[in-house]
Ligand binder design. Sequence first.
Ligand SMILES: [Zn+2]
Ligand SMILES: [Zn+2]
Length: 389
Amino acid sequence: MSALKEQIAAAVNRVADELESLSHRIHDNPELGYQEFKAAGWLTEFLAGQGFKVERGVGGVETAFRATIETGDGPTIAILCEYDALPAIGHACGHNVIATAGVGAGAGLAAIRDQLPKGRIHVIGTPAEEGGGGKLRLIRGGVFRDVDAAMMVHGWDRWVPHQDLLGIVRLGFEFTGKAAHAAADPWDGINAVDAVIQTFNNVSMLRQQVRPDARIHGIVTSGGAAPNIIPEFAAATFYVRSASLDYLGELQKRVVACAEGAARATGCSLKVVESDTTYEPMRRNQALADAFRANMQRLGLQESPEMKDRLGSSDVGNVSQVLPTIQPYVRIAPEGTPWHSRAFAEAAVSPLAREGMLAAAKVMAMTTLDLLTEPGLLTRAQQEFRTIR
Ligand SMILES: [Zn+2]
Ligand SMILES: [Zn+2]
């Protein structure tokens, strides 16, 4: 291993206990999206202590931050942190580990600051991944405008340098009909619940004709007041997912058409509520994933094959659509532990999580160093980004 990489690993080891206690403190104080004031405070305090210049509330998001080390004119590499928790089950997605791996990578790079080639390193705090779309707001707020490549890690039960993520569109359908007595004057009514049921039936038929990576799933959010009133209002929410952005757009239109058809059939009027937090699919960047993999191997970490059928969604997908980005998976839980479970929340503070977090911090710092020292690597990552879709 190169001398600088040895120094990175030693620097991360020196702050290992501090990083672990920071990870546990975030875990013990779970905060929902856009309310991560404590976590953002502790993480920026740590980074400032490592010599980073810290900006809080970047991109117009109060609990976002950007910490920077600059050694002159050169490429800008970003390491991303997440630190939001889930309602009711706390850090069952292990974002405490993502956060401390990110700032740990920062510490590893800060230790070799004087020997770094010219460039800029950002550690960016990205709030509200669990549905709030924090990274979308940071993209719109210009936080990624000057970034040449970005990376983060996510906890899992295995190490995988690249996993696809499904894009997701959230659609609300609100049907308005006309109330009437359901026995005495049903012919005077227009039944909004029928429109919801017909939408589900239309979607069920559509489901047979979609590609295997597509997922369409919905719930009824409003379904009438009493059986003796023809429902004048009813509503449903659908999530539509696909691994291809183009196909996601196509599917979205077809699911909206299912609701439009139902409205026409029942005589209801329809309002389509489109959420502005579409999570886009993850774009692969082989050059970056390979660089990450090589540093994993340097540390003797065992890689598992990519899984094609257990796919989630994340707003890091949106970042991967605007610049070369990777989100490798890191082993922090025993094999078979599902995400968003109480078992995963427990694993996120286990010795395995400490091990995964420290290794991830080192691998990210080493990969960042590679990007700054080998201009060819960044060029390959950017060429791939521009040419392969
Ligand atoms: Zn999650
Ligand atoms: Zn997560």
